[in-house]
Design a protein around this ligand. Structure first.
Ligand SMILES: [Zn+2]
Length: 119
């Protein structure tokens, strides 16, 4: 049910950032999802549709952009990537690393239809 609470967070953010009178004209919400954020995008989209159904946001689509996994090593300062989401620097083998992308979920854009088109 991780995706369900994420969908709620996304919707809450939309409501906070879109003027009230424009919420019913939101056509889509674009989010970036890291490859290793653990988010199942299909499930997230399903949750989003389920929650917005019957609300002003009904019909708005959730578009996802996948972001590849990148690590930054605090020991050798190199940025590396690997395909299994391993938290070890593939250059020096250090575990003193941080995720710089691929672990996040972030709203990048909320698309709003023009009033004329909504009619
Ligand atoms: Zn390193």
């Amino acid at each position: 049910m991780h995706e369900l609470s994420l969908a709620r967070d996304i919707i809450e953010t939309v409501y906070q950032n879109v003027p009230k009178e424009e919420v019913n004209r939101v056509s889509s919400v674009v989010i970036k999802v890291g490859t290793f954020s653990g988010v199942v995008t299909d499930s997230l989209k399903f949750s989003f549709q389920a929650i917005t159904s019957g609300t002003e946001l009904e019909g708005a689509e959730l578009e996802t952009i996948e972001i590849p996994f990148m690590l930054k090593c605090n020991d050798c300062n190199k940025e590396t990537t690997n395909e299994i989401g391993m938290m070890l620097c593939s250059d020096c083998g250090s575990g003193n690393t941080e995720i710089i992308s691929g672990g996040e979920l972030q709203i990048v854009e909320v698309k709003i239809q023009e009033a004329e088109e909504a009619a």
